[in-house]
Design a protein around this ligand. Structure first.
Ligand SMILES: CC(C)(COP(=O)(O)OP(=O)(O)OC[C@H]1O[C@@H](n2cnc3c(N)ncnc32)[C@H](O)[C@@H]1OP(=O)(O)O)[C@@H](O)C(=O)NCCC(=O)NCCS
Length: 202
């Protein structure tokens, strides 16, 4: 099998967004492959812990397949450094992307890996024609790749979610302007989980 395409790599050259004095940047971003599944699961477990199961975003992903073409990993010297994945979600009548989980190994944080993983995923999502991305997270971090807060109450995640942490990014002009409603699973890919999340599954 051919190796996955290398989308960007920094061997020998420092990306401009890596702080001076940070460890030398020598990671590569490439598309996720099936062999990455177990290391990514372990990375996400380390990054988020068991509490992740209670999170709204986790429940939205349960029983739904990730968008396979939008999974990316950062690898350095053959070792996984970080991962980003995207899931489809329904918001009102529209289907958009949910960003996450995004996780970078603790010892490798602050090198620009997280931002570069997101930039790669966002560019691929735009290229694939997705209209917008939403997420629940810290605006000061996600603003680095263009996310901003959505007007309170317009896009509503299930469960107790701080509305000031609901962020969005338009991938096509004005895509967020008419995005409103409950965030739901768009469909179920795994019927075993059908009753699990207690979310409306259309
Ligand atoms: C959040 C996370 C992915 C960032 O990865 P990273 O590779 O360290 O990110 P980058 O190197 O691209 O960016 C680091 C910068 O963002 C800042 N930053 C990181 N998390 C932040 C947050 N929650 N709020 C504000 N700023 C944040 C850092 O302070 C650093 O700032 P600096 O460049 O001014 O020093 C990583 O800390 C992680 O895996 N955390 C655990 C899982 C998690 O919370 N994921 C996000 C929710 S999906």
């Amino acid at each position: 099998m051919l190796p996955p395409p290398i989308l960007s790599g920094f061997s020998g050259a420092e990306p401009s967004h890596v702080r001076e004095g940070a460890k030398e940047a020598a990671w590569t971003i490439r598309a996720e492959t099936p062999d990455d599944a177990a290391p990514i699961a372990a990375l996400v477990e380390r990054g988020f812990g068991p509490g992740r199961y209670a999170k709204s975003a986790y429940r939205l992903r349960e029983g739904v397949d990730q968008v396979a073409a939008l999974g990316f990993v950062a690898v350095e010297n053959g070792v996984l450094r970080g991962s980003v994945r995207f899931w489809p979600v329904a918001v009102g009548p529209r289907t958009v992307l949910l960003l996450g989980p995004l996780a970078v190994e603790t010892a490798q944080r602050g090198r620009g890996i997280g931002v570069q993983l997101m930039e790669t995923g966002i560019a691929a999502a735009r290229g694939a024609g997705w209209p917008a991305i939403v997420l629940v997270g810290d605006e000061p971090y996600y603003a680095r790749v263009g996310f901003s807060k959505l007007p309170p109450g317009r896009v509503r995640f299930p469960g107790p979610v701080d509305s000031s942490r609901i962020l969005g990014l338009s991938l096509s002009a004005g895509a967020l302007l008419n995005l409103s409603g409950e965030v739901r699973r768009p469909h179920l890919d795994d019927p075993v989980c059908a009753g699990g999340a207690g979310l409306a599954a259309q």
